[in-house]
Design a protein around this ligand. Structure first.
Ligand code: 5GP
Ligand code: MN
Length: 360
């Protein structure tokens, strides 16, 4: 399948790689790994082997994200070259309008990257999808080539497969460079919660082994992502668990709510709540966990946005609940959604619906 991707890349001069809102390690890793791979690997009429050291001078490859990524991913190779649509809408729109190929990673609904999604849909250039989420009803045949696989641990695993299938792993360290491997490992590590879920297939560890052979410093990657928190972030976690976690013992359910005022008290930075929703699952009798976080209204939107994260264990889906009640979706055990309204309204909706959507 990697050969096919190589074929699609032939002759393309303005490639735009897009990933989702509030980029996580897998979004960053899959987009940046592709960015580096395309930079080195393909130009018209020549094989990867011939061109690996002779990148096309004419080609432009851009990574665009809808909004800022957390600071603890800024060390990733290429991260500082990423364009942020919210910060540079005109420059990003111009790149999207001029693109002759789009590659979308780690999401599958163009609406989730609006307004960039609308701009992409207005450009008839081919669109490649590399994703590991279940598809909802939003697929209108817009993808020229769809490499989705919901059984994959991460979008990074699919990018790795593409690179491997293009025969490049054999060319290590030229094609599976340390930079590419570092990006891929970051996504694999974060999307599997350090290999604690979505990682039971041997292929996941075979991929990790190949990345280690490509020269990554696994411990340094872990340290860069998980050991660089601010004091405020750690104290916010403590406050949320000690003061704001409600347990519904009969339903094996935990809920944490954080208002915009509370987040301000701890000088909330984007990404500071990442991983928080997983912690209540450490409690013996809890198998569902929900986190609600209030964002102040943006200019032009009268109501605050309540961002909701859902997590569960085993055969206890949360994606249907997230989808039908909170306008979102995601994986069976990890989903997200939102409502525009007050935190109290979100909690009311939660309390009205949890008995319907959670399985005992
Ligand atoms: P998180 O809680 O980390 O924001 O999201 C958990 C998972 O749910 C991620 O895999 C993410 O892609 C998915 N997700 C989050 N928000 C949405 C949403 O609004 N729609 C859909 N379809 N998936 C979402
Ligand atoms: Mn992912």
């Amino acid at each position: 399948m990697g050969k096919e991707l190589e074929d699609i890349l032939v002759g393309k001069q303005h490639i735009v790689i897009l990933t989702h809102m509030a980029p996580d390690g897998d979004a960053m890793g899959s987009a940046l790994a592709l960015y580096h791979w395309i930079q080195i690997c393909q130009s018209e009429g020549r094989s990867v082997r011939e061109t690996v050291c002779a990148p096309s001078a004419l080609r432009s490859v851009s990574v665009i994200v809808p909004n800022a990524f957390p600071a603890f991913y800024s060390w990733m190779p290429g991260a500082l070259l990423i364009k942020i649509y919210e910060k540079e809408p005109d420059a990003c729109s111009a790149l999207i309008a001029a693109a002759d190929l789009f590659i979308c990673t780690d999401f599958n609904d163009p609406k989730r990257i609006n307004p960039a999604g609308e701009k992409m849909m207005a450009n008839p250039a081919p669109k490649i999808l590399i994703d590991h989420h279940l598809k909802g009803t939003m697929d209108n045949g817009q993808w020229t080539k769809d490499y989705s696989d919901p059984s994959a641990s991460s979008a990074c695993e699919i990018v790795y497969r593409l690179i491997a299938a293009a025969g490049q792993v054999d060319l290590r360290p030229l094609a599976l460079t340390e930079d590419i491997a570092t990006c891929l490992y970051t996504g694999l590590m974060t999307d599997t919660g350090n290999f604690s879920y979505s990682s039971s297939r041997p292929e996941v560890f075979e991929m990790a082994a190949a990345l280690l052979r490509a020269g990554i410093d696994k411990d340094a990657i872990h340290h860069a992502v998980f050991d660089q928190y601010s004091t405020d972030r750690v104290r916010l976690t403590g406050y949320a668990l000690y003061r704001k976690m409600r347990i519904y013992p009969e339903h094996h359910l935990a809920l944490i709510t954080l208002s915009a005022d509370e987040l301000d008290q701890y000088h909330y930075q984007q990404g500071d709540c990442e991983g928080l929703v997983n912690i209540p699952l450490q409690i013996a009798d809890v198998c569902y966990s929900v986190l609600m976080r209030e964002e102040r209204p943006k200019p032009g939107t009268p109501k605050p946005r309540i961002r909701i994260s859902f997590r569960s264990q085993g055969e206890h889906p949360v994606n249907i609940w997230a989808n039908e009640v909170f306008h979102g979706g995601g994986h069976m055990n990890a989903s997200g959604g939102e409502i525009f309204g007050s935190l109290a309204q979100a909690v009311q909706l939660f309390e009205k619906t949890y008995k319907t959507y959670i399985k005992q």
